[in-house]
Design a protein around this ligand. Sequence first.
Ligand code: ADP
Ligand code: MG
Length: 685
Amino acid sequence: MAKGNIGVTTDNIFPVIKKFLYSDHEIFLRELVSNAVDATQKLKTLASVGEFKSEMGDTNVYVSVDKNKGTLTVSDHGVGMTAEEIEKYINQIAFSGATEFLDKYKNDANAIIGHFGLGFYSAFMVSKRVEIFTKSYKDAHAQHWTCDGSPEYTLEECDKERRGTDIVLHIDDDNKEFLEEARISTLLNKYCKFLPVNIVFGKKKEWKDGKEVETDEWNIINDTTPAWTRKPADLTEEDYAKFYRELYPYAEEPLFHIHLNVDYPFNLTGILYFPKLKPNVHIDRNKIQLYCNQVFVTDSVEGIVPEFLTLLHGVIDSPDIPLNVSRSYLQSDANVKKISGHITKKVADRLADIFKNSRQEFEEKWDDLRIFIIFGMLTEEKFCEKAMEFALLKNVDGKYFSLNEYRDLIKGEQTDKDNTLIYLYANNVEEQHTYIEAAKAKGYDVLLLDGQLDAHWVGLLEQKLEKSRFVRVDSDVIDKLIVKADAPKVEFSADEQNALSAVFQSQLPKVEKAEFIVSMENLGAEALPVVITRNEFMRRMKDMAATGGNPMMSFYGEMPDNYNLVLNAAHPLVREIVKAEEEACAEKIAPIAEKIHGLDQRKVELKKAHKGKKDDEIPTAEKEELEGIDRQLSELGSEKSAVYSAFAESDSRVKQLIDLALLSNNMLKGKDLAEFIKRSVSLMK
Ligand code: ADP
Ligand code: MG
């Protein structure tokens, strides 16, 4: 019997291993099973090149627990190890690798947990003693190695009939959970579900007479040839759908899949699925699973695939992704960057392909796809370039256009006098109905942009498309949305405009966090008499603030909403109100206006006299006179307003017109709405 010291510098590395990996003890099973699989695969390779000539026999890997003995055993019939090999691979290399590793990352413990294979020695995370019984395929004596968690081991010959290796873990008291069948079953399902060699865990069970009983059949827990390892040509749509269900039994059918298969300059296979996301519901928690040679590694792929693709589902398998390193390292790794770039390209190509060859399918799925595509366009320059070819715009009638098609569609009607192409859009067909109808009546087309990211997307498209601007359909009166020539004049005098403005101002509603400004336009006799619009810039800023991101934006979020109440000076009703106002107010306003005029003149006189003088050179009496004038002017102003306000109160058309404009904007609610209805009824009498 040989005794020895495992080649380490530290006195006792096992407490270190246990401590470091505290939260992720379970990976020991993955490591031992994949070693068993490796040993089996090696033997198959040797057989295929003729170096191993005997019977292969059973190649299953067996996992079993013995609660009474307190052991967990992983057995294979693979290559096995000779005494020299144990010395080399177990006593020396494996361990020195572990020490080196822990040494290197001792300050980065959190980052490494769960993301690397400590290999064989991870068994000591859960064991007080580990035994190896092994018989090499080479004609050598079977060996028994044992180690109790100190750097001392024993190695001696033993009796073992069959080729292969049994790793026996004597589970320590803190880790009894790993003697529970259910726990092991869950772990095998998580890490070993797609390993390339049969993994057996006990016998299959069935229900008999109301009881679960064992059958004679081995319980194979894995699928040795999962879809991603097969050739796309050999797979049907149903195979892909079935595999998706295997991965996410509770998810809805995906939209479509992308089969990845790269062997140069790195190795990568996998299948990604575009899932059906429910809009505005929290992002689906089914994540992409990362495998390394069919061994499950992690389902947090941040850093390996671009952020927008983390919304996808499926698997990626690559032996080339360095798994035993920290996340931050991963993100700067050149190989990983290449992989990320490649996956992005593949996804873009696949989308372009569906767009080109199955346009109808693409349109049907667009509403579900757009969130990925827009997120991708906003965050990945390369993807954006390609997506400009296949991204779709949908109009309020549910028709879809590529960006190029849409430009051609609106070029004729929607180019303004500065040769800028104006894209009109709505984000709520119901609320903006009046504006949409007005735009359509003009021969314009209106897009529907009601997605979560659309405020940002519109900004991006304005940068990408030349001489183009997106304008929401309710952001201005129709003639100003797309300005084709200089606007027709408002035919009211300055006094009339002031009076009209004061009349409407006096009846504006008090809406919380909203400000109204009254203005006048000549919109033509056919247009509505009063229209409410919202400034495009301010509105967009507020929308962006609402979806978050830039902290600067929250400033806009706090601002009140700005609305314009536009009076159509060409509309007969508005003209009539001007006339009625003059008839009702002229007599009362004239004397006030005269007084104002007199005071204004005196003020100008005084100001002229004071020009160029220092404050102490102006006589006190004159200063006081000026102050008096200002006070009187402000009083007269109030008097004037009171006259207009009294008129506005007496002429129910004013309030009625404002309410109609509010109503068409979905802004008339509650008590105001009730009053409007009452007034409407009385107007009909
Ligand atoms: P790795 O698997 O990355 O090489 P491990 O620490 O898991 O590192 O294993 C170290 C070595 O021990 C393996 O490379 C292999 O040579 C040997 N080994 C481990 N388990 C087995 C086994 N079940 N059968 C044969 N050899 C094994
Ligand atoms: Mg290993």
